[in-house]
Design a protein around this ligand. Structure first.
Ligand code: ADP
Length: 350
């Protein structure tokens, strides 16, 4: 199409309008041209990265001084993904995309920077409040649990036999509530780096067996078949037994929860390449393929989990605990067929 005089007049004007807009954005923008040179850096990016256009414009990344925030940003692999970086106490998110201009008249990479320091502070503050309130729930719950235990210990001499099932249910429910409180607190501890493991030499197979034994009654009360096979040659391991028991209980509890009556849950534990391997396999509802990459994210619950009780924290915490032991946790699953979670933990045998 032939350009009109009006078109030709507006083009340079548009360029300066675009420059003015980019210059006044609250988002930091850096444009690297097709030769990898910094062709544009707006005012906000200058502020966030403590640099100036005069110093960096025209330079390639390798010509920038190492350890400067702009070098760190441009050497970061944030193509198509958002990464977080901290610069002098500020928290920035960075992401880059390829410049898309028709007919290849212009090429290069655009970096977008957002200062999320305040959001982070607010989020942390909200989480602290939730953690404090959750922590405060523990005291009255402990009192209730104590009285329920006391009544159960009285036996039928003092407690009417018809009330015993109610006490048992109160006991089970308060234990579940207590576990949920611990999960919320652990999710907070995980966020602020306070989730700790205290390792000592443990007979982990015995702990797993005890866990399987407890979960077996849960399974039979739900009409789910439950079997387990733990190899006898697993040595003592230097691990946090209590925390790993939580992982086992979470995986087995999930397997039972998401499996319908007459379904099957199987636990296997064996030694391979000096590593303990535990699989928890079920024939339950399964997890949609698109959800698998998010299954260990905090509060993530698959749509299929609607109607089943839960907080979406168990797997996040389990992953953190397993990784704190230098191990891995993985899942294979098929909707309608079932799931298999595998934990691998290196043995530090005594
Ligand atoms: P919760 O069980 O409290 O929802 P988890 O973090 O333990 O939280 O699990 C997160 C989600 O992963 C569950 O809500 C469910 O969608 C899915 N999930 C976990 N284990 C299984 C399983 N064995 N079968 C089907 N879905 C599962």
């Amino acid at each position: 199409m032939k350009k009109t005089a009006a078109h030709q007049k507006t083009a340079p004007a548009m360029v300066s309008v675009a420059e003015a807009i980019i210059g006044s954005l609250s988002t930091g923008i850096i444009y690297l041209d097709g030769n990898g040179r910094i062709a544009l850096i707006n005012g906000r990016a200058e502020e966030m990265l403590h640099t100036s256009a005069g110093v960096v414009t025209g330079k390639r990344v390798d010509m920038l001084p190492l350890r400067t925030p702009i070098y760190r940003l441009l050497s970061e692999n944030c193509h198509g993904v958002t990464v977080e970086m901290s610069v002098n106490g500020a928290v920035l998110t960075a992401r880059s995309i390829e410049l898309q201009v028709p007919a290849g008249s212009l090429s290069g990479e655009i970096y977008e920077l957002i200062d999320v320091t305040e959001e982070k502070k607010e989020k942390r503050h909200r989480e602290e409040i939730v953690a404090m309130m959750t922590h405060d729930l523990k005291s009255p719950l402990t009192v209730l649990m104590g009285y329920v235990q006391a009544l159960r210990n009285e036996g039928t001499a003092k407690v009417d036999a018809s009330l015993v099932p109610y006490l048992d249910e109160m006991d089970r429910s308060s234990l579940k509530l207590s576990a949920m409180i611990e999960d919320i607190l652990d999710a907070y501890r995980l966020e602020v780096g306070l989730l700790q493991t205290t390792c000592s030499w443990c007979d982990l197979p015995a702990l797993l067996e005890a866990c399987c034994h407890d979960m077996g009654s849960e399974a039979s009360s739900r009409g789910v078949r439950f079997t387990y096979d733990i190899e006898s040659n697993i040595p003592a391991m230097n691990v946090d037994g209590d925390q790993l028991c939580r992982v086992f209980a979470n995986l087995i509890g999930n397997a039972i929860k998401f499996t319908s009556r007459k379904g099957q849950v199987t636990v296997n534990a064996w030694l391979e390449d000096e590593k303990l391997r535990v699989t928890v396999k079920d024939t339950g509802i399964g997890i949609p393929e698109q959800d698998l990459p998010r299954i260990f994210n905090k509060y993530f619950r698959s749509k299929g989990a609607n109607g089943f009780k839960g907080t979406g924290l168990g797997l996040t915490i389990s992953k953190a605990i397993v990784e704190a032991h230098g191990g891995t946790i993985a899942v294979e699953s098929k909707v309608g067929a079932g799931s298999c979670f595998t934990i691998v933990i290196p043995c530090r045998a005594a």
